[in-house]
Design a protein. Structure first.
Length: 453
């Protein structure tokens, strides 16, 4: 779901390049292959940075592939002193963070030969809970892949929501398999700039402004009607915004069914997958009944490109992305029911479009390797990791990104009393609510929010 890899690239700060670290051919004590959702990749890398010794820490990043190598020195016994290689593949997104883990089937991972082609080495300085660390980041690589069986995975949502795509058996944890809730991720509704500007005019806002105070609003009811195909013209929205091209027909840019972004949009905006008899999101690519076009993007970039093309033609278009995706000249965010997709509104319980993320692990991951997974999963929900990750999603007048979930409160994080301000949310991005309040294995994005403090 990453757009131009902002969650990794924009988060890097250049410093003096440290000495080279462990080669990929090293006889590592621990090897952990993780597949699935791309949205949590930056946080996963930071979680590794947190437990690693700076002296031999290396990171490789190219597209939706990452590798981190180091000797662990900040995770406590029995991990400290162990050399580790963590490989991450984002191929196939959230769905590949579930079924291949539980079924132990192969997923494309970047090969060691691919990482040997990297042409750029820069120094990256990041501050995590164990201190400020500088390490090599290697990129500019020509990626080739080979199948590896993941021991663990990441997903935007819990496994059961993919039952229709993979089969119930494939996404049901077997004996010893685990599902752990990690963090919450804010999603947002985006529109073509043409439609956004027309909505600003209709709502008496400053046309062309990207300030959050001038972000136009769409109601949940309007949004549901657009997604299900019951409302298809711009002038049917509040204030009757005027879009001349194609009679104001609204294009819908959605994701394919195996996408975690698609699943949480269905759940959060339509209650689809949670209750019987609800209206379903339009699912057939091509023209709809109003003269607009429905597109099904395999990745976030496909969705954004569909909206870009619509905007360049002067057309109205609506889609949805995680808030790690930056607004650009062709695509702008909208408020939902008066609230921007900013993390303080998520924390305060005013913003409904977010996912409670999941980490999965196969029963074959045991001993020190299971301890490593638990250490990383805990850090995915920890405030220091999230603060560092969210730095790339600062939109000046609002804040996209993650909020620590139930795992953060279990680890001793203390949420601020609500309501929180934007400044407070940036400084302490911890959620006082959860959808997995009963602990490991209980995550359910269809559930109502449970207060945990």
């Amino acid at each position: 779901m990453n757009f131009l890899r902002t969650s990794l690239a924009a988060a890097l700060a250049v410093a003096t390049v440290p000495a080279s670290a462990l080669p990929l051919t090293h006889a590592f004590n621990l090897r952990l292959d993780i597949s699935g959702a791309t949205a949590q990749e930056a946080s996963l890398v930071l979680a590794m940075v947190d437990i690693c010794n700076q002296a031999d820490l290396d990171v490789w990043v190219q597209g939706n592939h990452q590798v981190v190598t180091c000797t662990i020195n900040a995770a406590g016994a029995p991990l400290d002193g162990q050399s580790v290689i963590m490989r991450k593949s984002g191929v196939g997104g959230s769905g590949n963070g579930i079924a291949p883990v539980f079924q132990q089937t192969g997923v494309p991972f970047a090969t060691d030969a691919a990482w040997a082609t990297c042409t750029t080495t820069t120094a990256t300085t990041r501050t995590v809970s164990s201190g400020t660390k500088t390490f090599n980041t290697r990129s500019g690589c020509t990626i080739t892949t080979a199948a590896r069986v993941p021991g663990a995975g990441l997903s935007d949502v819990e496994p059961r929501l993919f039952a229709a795509e993979f089969g119930a058996a494939a996404v049901t944890p077997g004996a010893g398999d685990r599902v752990i809730g990690t963090s919450a991720l804010a999603f947002g509704v985006v529109a073509t700039t043409t439609l956004r500007d027309a909505m600003q005019t209709a709502q008496g806002l400053t046309v062309g402004s990207d300030d959050v105070a001038q972000m136009p609003n769409i109601s949940t009811a309007e949004l549901a009607s657009v997604l299900t195909g019951n409302l298809g013209l711009a002038n049917q929205l509040a204030g009757a915004p005027v879009v001349a091209a194609n009679g104001g027909a609204i294009n819908l840019a959605r994701r394919v069914n195996t996408s975690g972004s698609q699943k949480i949009a269905e759940v959060a905006l339509l209650n689809q997958g949670c209750a019987a008899g609800v209206s379903l999101m339009q699912f057939t690519a091509g023209p709809n009944g109003f003269g607009g076009v429905v597109s099904l993007g395999s990745g976030t970039s496909d969705l954004l490109n569909a909206l870009r093309d619509a905007n360049l033609a002067g057309r109205a278009g609506i889609g949805f992305v995680s808030t790690e995706s930056a607004p650009n000249v062709n695509v702008k965010y909208l408020k939902i029911d008066g609230f921007a997709p900013s993390i303080e509104h998520l924390i305060n319980g005013n913003y409904r479009f977010y996912s409670m993320n999941a980490a999965t692990v196969d029963a074959s991951v045991t001993g020190n390797l299971a301890t490593l997974f638990d250490a990383l999963a805990a850090r995915l929900s920890a405030s220091p990791t999230i603060q560092a990750s969210n730095a790339a999603f600062n939109r000046t007048s609002w804040q996209g990104g993650f909020v620590g979930g139930f795992g953060a409160t279990l680890a001793g994080a203390v949420p601020d009393a609500r309501p929180v301000s934007l400044t407070q949310a940036r400084g302490n991005p911890v959620f006082a609510g959860s959808k997995d309040a009963f602990g490991e294995g209980s995550l359910n994005n269809c559930d109502s929010l449970q207060l945990v403090q």
